[in-house]
Design a protein around this ligand. Structure first.
Ligand code: SF4
Length: 341
């Protein structure tokens, strides 16, 4: 079933998406929120069979990244063309933030691009703009349906002074391989060690497949980012991360990398408690976590220990200037956004 807002029933992207699912029933709705924000929904149950909701983003095409997130000295903006994700990572804040596991895709890319162009044209002298995608969805996982990268990446060819980060765990890189690499577009892959990927990152491509996708992109000249985010603690985490870093840097050329970052596990308290209610049996959520000033994480001491170990290990493989500590240090947002923008 595909829900479509009446206003965009004949939008070319709506037609293009619906064409891919010829057997799906198309159900018109006035606003995506009627479906997405409906009371009595269970994220966990709905995740077994989510529907697609096609909507028009009305406002708020770009949001300022919270302080501490993004590249130092730059203006960091979040670009959300979609809400929810086809993957199912047990640490993901989306499962505690939304009642619904349906995917909302905002089809009016032209309005996003217009807002981006306006923002770039009105930038102050010397202001460096970074646009981050993959904050409340995976940037590439649904690329064959959304054509998000195909629609947004070429824009950055016109504006070489602005930058885009596509954050992903996906191997859906065909759109990128069909384009010329752009020096101001970074494809940033997130990783946890294989053991963590198998137990917590349900439905995601395994580490070695992500690495093969990265190697192909690197061969074609794309600049790559590595986001070890969130870093997950367990008794054997040192060995797991040591092996992961060795595997990653055996496959990739570090001189073709744009940046490498680590992200601590941090969740807004309300979201964490919703996740606990959804998955009471999940060991990750019963781990050595502490709640401090509205954020749940591993606690300062353990977080510093993990960070210090991982930084030291990473610096065996990469030059220090590639490491960007603040890129991922972002707790999940405290309040859910509305489903209809
Ligand atoms: S890939 Fe990212 S957005 Fe998707 S479920 Fe995992 S953490 Fe969440």
């Amino acid at each position: 079933m595909i829900y479509v807002e009446e206003e965009i029933l004949s939008h070319p992207r709506t037609l293009q998406v619906c064409e891919r699912f010829p057997d799906a029933e198309v159900v018109p709705c006035a606003r995506a929120g009627e479906v997405f924000l409906r009371k009595g929904q269970s994220f966990r149950l709905q995740k077994r069979s989510p529907s697609l909701i096609l909507a028009k983003k009305q406002r708020g095409f770009l949001t300022e990244a919270p302080a501490g997130f993004g590249f130092p000295g730059a203006r960091n903006l979040i670009l959300s063309h979609m809400q929810n994700c086809i993957y199912d990572c047990r640490y993901c804040f989306l499962q505690g933030m939304h009642r619904s596991a349906h995917y909302v895709l905002f089809v009016n890319y032209e309005d996003f691009l217009w807002a981006m162009e306006e923002r770039i044209r009105s930038a102050a002298a010397g202001e460096v703009l970074w646009f981050f995608s993959g904050y409340d969805c995976d940037s590439l996982a649904l690329e064959p349906v959304t054509r998000f990268a195909a629609g947004f990446v070429p824009f950055f060819g016109r504006f070489p002074q602005a930058f885009l980060e596509l954050r992903t765990k996906s191997t859906q890189i065909k759109s990128l391989l069909e384009m010329e690499a752009l020096p101001n577009v970074i494809v940033a892959f997130s990783f946890t060690p294989e053991e963590v990927q198998r137990s917590l990152e349900h439905l995601t491509p395994p580490v070695d497949r992500r690495l093969r996708a990265m190697a192909k992109l690197q061969e074609r000249g794309w600049k790559l980012g590595l986001r070890f985010d969130p870093v997950i603690y367990c008794e054997g985490y040192r060995g797991q991360y040591r092996r992961l870093f060795a595997q990653v840097f055996e496959t990739l050329q570090s001189d073709g990398l744009h940046s490498v970052s680590l992200g601590p596990l941090r969740l807004a308290s309300g979201i964490f408690h919703s996740m606990e209610r959804l998955f009471p049996e999940e060991p990750l959520l019963a781990g050595p976590l502490e709640e401090i000033e509205g954020t749940v994480g591993y606690g300062r001491e353990l977080e510093e220990e993990i960070q210090a170990f991982c930084v030291e290990e990473l610096l065996r493989h990469i030059p220090r200037e590639l490491f960007v500590p603040s890129l991922s240090a972002l707790p999940s947002p405290p309040a859910p956004p509305s489903g209809d923008g």
